[in-house]
Design a protein around this ligand. Sequence first.
Ligand SMILES: Cc1cc2nc3c(=O)[nH]c(=O)nc-3n(C[C@H](O)[C@H](O)[C@H](O)COP(=O)(O)O)c2cc1C
Length: 197
Amino acid sequence: MATPLDDEALDRLFRTARTANGYTDHPVSEADIRAIYDLLKMGPTSANQHPARFVWITSQEGKEKLAALSSGTNGEKIRKAPAAVIIGMDLNFNEELPWLFPHAPGAKDWFGDEATRYTHAFRNSSLQGAYFIIAARALGFDTGPMSGFDNAKVDEAFFADQPSVRSNFISTIGHADPSTIFERLPRPEFERFNRVI
Ligand SMILES: Cc1cc2nc3c(=O)[nH]c(=O)nc-3n(C[C@H](O)[C@H](O)[C@H](O)COP(=O)(O)O)c2cc1C
């Protein structure tokens, strides 16, 4: 039986981990991004769907393009971050199932209905976005996830060549500048939103 992670690991992943609003100058390399992906891809998705499609942005040009389509202070956060990512979702993810779920040759056809495909794509790409946050933290990075942006314009600007892909959410990545971190918001205690039956 596996033993629990130690307190340092639990703090890093959850208890003291914070959402970043600004970063140090320490860069995020493509090797860093690949290391984050190599961890996050191991997180489970329904029928091994892997609907998330990631666009990792390290160039200033790419950051400016995304920042211009983001709302409020999000644009400035993207412009100044070492890197950003768009977590997209492929609504035709089922086309890939013949190799991702090879033991069930008919799996591609389980998702023929558009509404069903959307539900699965959104659910599982959101999970993959969460795996991204935890993987980045595990490797010593901080993230700043954001949903305040114009999805349709981001799709047009970044997924024009993949018409079945829609943006889910975006995030900045780097090493947090502690001075930019907001006051911790309340977290609901167990009794409030849980029941054991
Ligand atoms: C999916 C998602 C979307 C978010 N969208 C925004 C956003 O558009 N702008 C923003 O400033 N913060 C955004 N946040 C940041 C949250 O407000 C923040 O993660 C939350 O308050 C917890 O902060 P903490 O990790 O520092 O405790 C988003 C977070 C998530 C997970």
